[in-house]
Design a protein around this ligand. Structure first.
Ligand code: IPE
Ligand code: IPE
Ligand code: MG
Length: 248
């Protein structure tokens, strides 16, 4: 694994430990082919499988993907249902394969409004993930996720702990707040990729993106492939990350 970290796309440069992707463009991909939008989501789910495997093979430690936002409920019941059923299919497959493939899965987002069957599958994949080693590749699936909602849920939890006398306001610093987020314990993504030509975050990882490098491409998510990921990583490796300092 260590050897692989540098030999693809990297050419000796540092590979991001954590890559995050806004999986956008499924609907347009389908419409351009005269297909229903749901066909685009099906193709997009395949792309996710492929890119997750590629990230794992490269030696990336975490891949976080935006699958369904807190705003995506505005779409038709048919489209929402199709996305949820594709997710169910993926999770049923994952239950059978993730231990063998050594892929850990975690969910970011508010699971409360998610159908009980999907929640039950998520509990199963959580339990399997627990049984794997912390060093194994981890995919984080953002489902009913919004960056603002994540920050609000964390703030409410901390406020409730203060009101109950368990914590005090002075204890809250960046590390303590990060530990209350869905991404607790995971390093911030060094690289955030958005395909489909849109150049916005759409409420993705608002806290975690403070110093992320962004990579935008016009390619639609179902057409995104290993070569596209290599290009994104190469672009990242050419960036000068200063974190507010001055380059020596
Ligand atoms: C991303 O693709 C998937 C979800 C938001 C669930 P879209 O469905 O947003 O595709 P476009 O942007 O309409 O092409
Ligand atoms: C962001 O894409 C959410 C996901 C990819 C899951 P959207 O398609 O929902 O974002 P907007 O509406 O173009 O900002
Ligand atoms: Mg979209």
């Amino acid at each position: 694994m260590a050897a692989k970290r540098t030999d693809t796309a990297g050419q000796g440069k540092t590979l991001p430990r954590h890559i995050a992707i806004i999986m956008d463009g499924n609907g347009r991909w389908a419409t351009r082919r005269g297909l229903p939008r749901t066909a685009g989501h099906k193709a997009g789910a395949e792309t996710f499988r492929r890119i997750a495997t590629y990230c794992k093979d490269l030696g990336v430690e975490y891949l976080t993907v935006y699958a369904f936002s807190t705003e995506n409920w505005k779409r038709s019941a048919e489209e929402v249902g199709a996305i949820m059923s594709l997710l169910g299919r993926y999770l049923r497959e994952a239950v059978d394969t993730m231990a063998k493939d050594r892929i850990r899965l975690r969910f970011f987002g508010d699971m409360a409004p998610i159908a009980p069957e999907l929640q039950a599958l998520a509990h199963q994949t959580d339990a399997i993930s627990e049984s794997l080693s912390p060093g194994d590749f981890q995919a984080n699936i953002c489902l009913n996720y919004g960056g603002r909602d994540e920050i609000l849920r964390a703030a409410r939890r901390f406020a409730a702990d203060c009101a109950a006398g368990r914590r005090a306001p002075e204890e809250l610093d960046e590390a303590a707040f990060s530990a209350l987020l869905d991404s607790a314990g995971i390093p911030d993504p060094e690289l955030i990729i958005r395909p489909s030509g849109e150049e916005r975050l759409s409420n993705f990882l608002l806290w975690q993106c403070a110093y992320s490098e962004f990579y935008f491409t016009d390619v639609l998510w179902p057409d995104f492939d290993e070569a596209e990921l290599d290009r994104a990583i190469a672009a990242y490796q050419g960036r000068d990350r200063r974190f507010g300092g001055v380059k020596k």
